[in-house]
Design a protein. Sequence first.
Length: 484
Amino acid sequence: MEFDLTLRNGLVCTEEGLAQLDIGVKDGVIKALQTGLSAGAKDVDVRGRYVLPGGIDSHCHIEQLSGMGVMTADDFYTASRSAAFGGTTTIIPFAAQRQGDDLLEVVRDYAHLAREKSVIDYAFHLILSDPSEKTLTEHLPDVIAGGITSFKVYMTYESWKLDDFQLLDVLHAADRYGAMVMVHCENNDIIRWITRRLLSEGRVHPKYHAVAHDPLAESEATNRAIALSRLMSVPLLIVHVAGLEAVRVIHAAQVMGAPIYAESCPQYLFLTADDIDKPGVEGAKFCCSPPPRDPQSQQAVWEGLLNGTLQVFSSDHAPYRFDETGKLPRGDATTFKQMANGLPGIELRMPLLFSEGVRTGRMSIEQFVNLTATNHAVMYGLYPRKGVIRVGSDADFAVWDPELSKTVCWDMLHDNVGYTPYEGREVIGWPLAVFNRGRAVVEHGELRARAGDGQYLPCGEPAPITRNKKAIRQGLVVKKLFAA
Ligand code: DUC
Ligand code: ZN
Ligand code: ZN
């Protein structure tokens, strides 16, 4: 038989737009994309359904210790399972280097965890918290050659943060080896100063988390990171943009021609700081950094996603249970400073955006696909193997029912968290079946894949880096410090 799988009559979203097509799959790859294909060994009619590229969640913390040493509630099995039920077929979590860690050991140990447990394909970013000479000049080139071509750095969190000098070192290394730097932009001293003041006044309720993480801490750090990137003429991706001012700062840099890219997440579209203001410690369920802000910021993030200021929509899944093992190390006496920061969102990322973006007419289906899949592949060097439905690409897609309505309840999700910040929301539009390299991962409400079925994806040079190099050669970007 010509195909292992033929998916018939779906409304398929390709790079040319939406069209009713059949998809023929052989050996995990899309071999044909047209009407009237021959029968596949497995042959499924999906008339009336959308067939969209499998999502890529390029920002998720899985089986990772927080800055305060708390392990995430999800391991690779539960996180990848949950991602798959939400229409995602590739995850890119972080091999996290803590201070003093040997980078090569960090990567080896983390790769082992993923290999044993992931049900879908995965790539890795690094977190760099110890950019020593040895890390940057000896280990990093090997790690990048092995397919990890992006790394996250922090401007806050005592145990992760880099100072500006170190950030310049990291940008310089990224430039030399062709990697993408992702930055968590918050001014550590602003947060630390407000936090000390609040705690000294006995203000410990979760709602003060949003006070300590003032929007100016975010916009100042965003502006500073952009300045460092411009100084070096090295591209930068600002992760989890939350505030209106940060969106404006990013947009202004882009207008000036700086190669600045940005990401946002469901919590900044669908939650606000008011959600944190709940009785007792309940608000801890909504605490992440940066925190959800106000309706004006939500609006700015929506606009940024729609007008291209922000190119990727990820979950920043950082799952902690609502108990002593996670969010509440001191039970009901936990202060805002002691709570583990982070929200679950790996499963609802795509359904929430589909429901509130596509269903409401705010965004086209093509924009949805770009924000949840294609742009991630381009940004991190996986395109066109991943992120698109085209002949020659991996057969990663999800069949969506655009009319299916469900009310979100934590126990319908497939993570290991025990709550969701989106409890009680009506969501219209859900993936019914999810295929990764032609294998059914989710079908008829059941998980079909097994732990370890996912494959490691080595990333190539991120496209924005290549583009920047070309621009430098053509003299469009001035290399301020060193000759190109
Ligand atoms: N903030 C982060 O930077 N990472 C994980 C969770 C969070 O809230
Ligand atoms: Zn972060
Ligand atoms: Zn994060």
